[in-house]
Design a binder for this molecule. Structure first.
Ligand code: ATP
Ligand code: MG
Length: 230
């Protein structure tokens, strides 16, 4: 098992470009303190997903450093970070396997009860129970048999089971039905509590709950404040 981290995240002079792409971030700096909820907003293509994907180490900085609890994450293993960070991404990634396996992913010791409790907490239990094979339902390659909203709910349940110090959310922009939308909203409230939360917010209800809102444009933070200030 890995030691728990506190959850400070710091971008120190980070530059980043995708292979064969232009520079998306140029000397980007950001400090998030453990326990804070920080929301990124900004127009499409401004670099929001790039920033949170770097925080999760799905990509690494081309220049500069990302520090977790003051330590450059490149000096640690990927599993060290991934055992402490939970994420729900814009296009949520599920593995071919059952719903149960997908919720348990990253928490080998989770019991059947832990899995069901987590699904209940984020309101995913209800739709899972309606599936013919319930928790034994195969989600298909990439989760193809579920809707985006359902995949996100399964990802929230996974994040609850692993109880990470850091939670990253890239809210889906794709159309999600009103009922699922409500469930996701509820799931967000449950998951953000008691951890560092780094979120890309499209819904006003998510933005309102943030301690800090950062407006991103062309890979730079052009404004910051809380909901009342902006
Ligand atoms: P949205 O609100 O639409 O999700 P975003 O703020 O999340 O947008 P990013 O996805 O971070 O924006 O994209 C920032 C820039 O990087 C864009 O110019 C985009 O075209 C480019 N980009 C994003 N992903 C890749 C990739 N995998 N390869 C090459 N370029 C990419
Ligand atoms: Mg994005």
């Amino acid at each position: 098992n890995w030691e728990n981290i506190k959850g400070d995240i710091e971008f120190e002079n980070v530059s980043f470009q995708y292979q064969n792409g232009e520079k998306v971030l140029d000397n980007f700096n950001l400090k998030i303190n453990a326990g804070e909820t920080v929301a990124l907003v900004g127009e499409t293509g401004s670099g929001k997903s790039t920033i949170v994907n770097l925080a999760c180490r799905f990509y690494e900085p081309t220049e500069g450093k990302i520090l977790i609890d003051g330590v450059d994450y490149k000096s640690r293993s990927l599993s060290w970070l991934h055992s402490n960070i939970g994420y729900v991404l814009q296009s949520p990634h599920l593995f071919s396997g059952t719903i149960r396996e997908n919720i348990r992913y990253g928490s080998k010791n989770a019991s059947e009860n832990d899995i069901i409790e987590a699904a209940k907490r984020v309101n995913a239990h209800e739709f899972i129970e309606k599936l013919e094979k319930k928790y034994d339902t195969e989600v298909g390659e990439g989760g193809g048999k579920l809707s985006t909203g359902q995949k996100q709910l399964v990802s929230f349940a996974r994040a609850i089971v692993s109880n990470p110090s850091i939670f990253v959310l890239d809210e889906a922009t794709s159309s999600i039905d009103t009922e699922t939308e409500k469930k996701i909203q509820y799931a967000i409230e449950k998951v953000l509590k008691n951890r560092t939360s780094f979120i890309i917010a499209h819904r006003l209800s998510t933005i309102i709950n943030a301690d800090k809102i950062l407006v991103v444009k062309n890979g730079k933070i052009i404004e910051h404040g809380n909901h009342n200030e902006l």
